[in-house]
Design a protein around this ligand. Structure first.
Ligand code: FCB
Length: 452
């Protein structure tokens, strides 16, 4: 069986991580623009000021995508490039950049997949309370309306939010990401509720102002769970753990059900509500109606998973990793099984067609004396993960896979010290080199998994 003929093979990036041109084209500021200028915030004082200069070099980048045979490109729009103050005046130059990128992709036979929010919170919105201000749902809706009006004649695929787990958790609990705050728990629950309301409002606006029928999804993340064996009790243990309440309240955002149950089912998961009751804001029926505005597809960013078995006494338990367990350069474990069991469990619960909106690894890539970039680890990682994904594709409605990332880029707090790309970027000269993995992926796409 393998992958369906029309399976979508793509690669992903996000605006701040690749665009550069932060002071050009009438762009406003967002929280990362400000945050990286303060000492100690990103590795080595790095910033996204230049990043991959994709803003000026997108044509060259699209040509490389074409060479790779990518069917789709998932990129994000910087809210502050389109609406410098987050609301109100539209920056036509910003719109033009995205519109030109879309035209270039379509001319090259590559389908654009737009993410509305991949962490570029306009600074003006932040000053008005950001995710704490309930009006943010309307502001985000206004932004979604503009995108629908300007791009949806040509773009039919949208994801609303990328990884709310991170843009709330890493930003307002663990202080790892902009704006680097530790807020009281009840504030973070209010933020999560407002973020979900913003998601729902954006879905409504995209639908209302879309110029053609749109496919709308959402792109959360979390660590997946996979069973130690194929025994039904281990499978059940992994399933239970995947949707369970996290142990550590100070890292509570790192879970699946809080973020996805309300979007799909229209209510927060009962177990969570019981555990978090004292922190929760007022939640109205009207809010839940907005949050659960129907979506068409379910996106999930998946990088790794925990191995789980049914312990004695019928309680799921984590199987500890052995010493020397394989890991990537960024120290994330290599667990290909997560691309089989993750989509399978998510599909069983949410019953929506699934896209893997991100998956990939960072390696210590460098240019060899032959001028090429040899990354056998990445090829092996991809082959292993995509083989597992193929199992899922044979079991559930799986529509596509976006590799993170198209090219090396500004990896948030890690700056340029982590390389996730299929394309190597020399950040001194902006030269691009397709890594061995890019050629391997091209072959994989051409044969639809035939080289696995
Ligand atoms: C994900 C983010 C993406 C990138 C990868 C490595 O959490 O969505 O921007 O940082 O991790």
């Amino acid at each position: 069986m393998g992958f369906a003929k029309d399976f979508v093979w793509g690669a992903a990036t996000s605006a701040y991580q690749v665009e550069g041109a932060v002071n050009e084209g009438g762009k406003g500021k967002h929280i990362w623009d400000i945050y990286v200028k303060e000492p100690g915030h990103a590795y080595g004082g790095h910033t996204g000021d230049m990043a991959c200069d994709h803003y000026h070099r997108f044509k060259e980048d699209v040509a490389l995508m074409k060479e790779m045979g990518l069917k789709a490109y998932r990129f994000s729009i910087d809210w502050s490039r389109v609406l410098p103050a987050g609301t109100g005046r539209v920056n036509e130059e910003g719109i033009k950049f995205y519109s030109d990128l879309v035209d270039c992709l379509i001319e090259s036979g590559i389908e654009p997949y737009v993410t509305l929010f991949h962490w570029e919170l306009p600074y003006e919105i932040y000053k008005r309370g950001g995710w704490l201000n309930p009006d943010i749902a309307e502001w985000f809706g206004e932004y979604a309306k503009i995108i629908a009006e300007r791009l949806s004649d040509r773009v039919s695929h949208y994801f609303t939010l990328n990884e709310p787990q991170c843009f709330i958790g890493l930003s307002y609990l663990t202080k790892e990401h902009a704006p680097g705050l530790k807020l009281p728990l009840n504030d973070t629950f209010l933020m999560s509720h407002n973020a979900l309301r913003a998601h729902g409002r954006a879905v409504q606006m995209l639908r209302e102002y879309g110029k053609q029928p749109l496919t709308i999804g959402y792109a959360p993340t979390a660590t997946m769970c996979y069973p130690e064996t194929d025994k039904s009790e281990d499978i059940e243990a992994a399933r239970q753990m995947l949707f369970s309440v996290p142990q550590d309240i100070n890292n509570w955002t790192w879970n699946v059900a809080w973020w996805s149950d309300p979007v799909i089912f229209g209510h927060y998961p009962e177990e969570f509500v019981k555990s978090y009751e004292s922190y929760l804001p007022e939640i109205t029926d009207e809010d839940m109606k907005i949050i659960s505005e129907p979506i068409d597809v379910y996106g999930q960013n998946i990088y790794n998973g925990k191995c789980v078995r049914m312990g004695e006494g019928g309680k799921p338990e984590i199987v500890e990793r052995y010493e020397g367990f394989p890991k990537t350069a960024i120290d994330w474990p290599v667990t290909p099984e997560c691309l089989h069991w993750g989509p399978r469990f998510l599909y069983e619960r949410y019953k929506k067609p699934i896209y893997i909106t991100e998956n990939g690894m960072s390696c210590h890539d460098m240019v060899s004396s032959d001028g090429k970039v040899h990354d056998p680890n990445r090829i092996d990682f991809m082959a292993g993960y995509i083989k597992e994904l193929r199992k899922a594709a044979e079991e559930v409605d799986l529509r596509g896979y976006f590799h993170w990332s198209l090219m090396d880029n500004f990896e948030w707090a890690k700056g340029y010290s982590e390389r996730f790309g299929l394309i190597y970027v020399n950040f001194k000269t902006q030269e691009r080199i397709m890594k061995d993995s890019a050629y391997w992926y091209a072959d994989m796409i051409k044969t639809n998994g035939g080289n696995l």
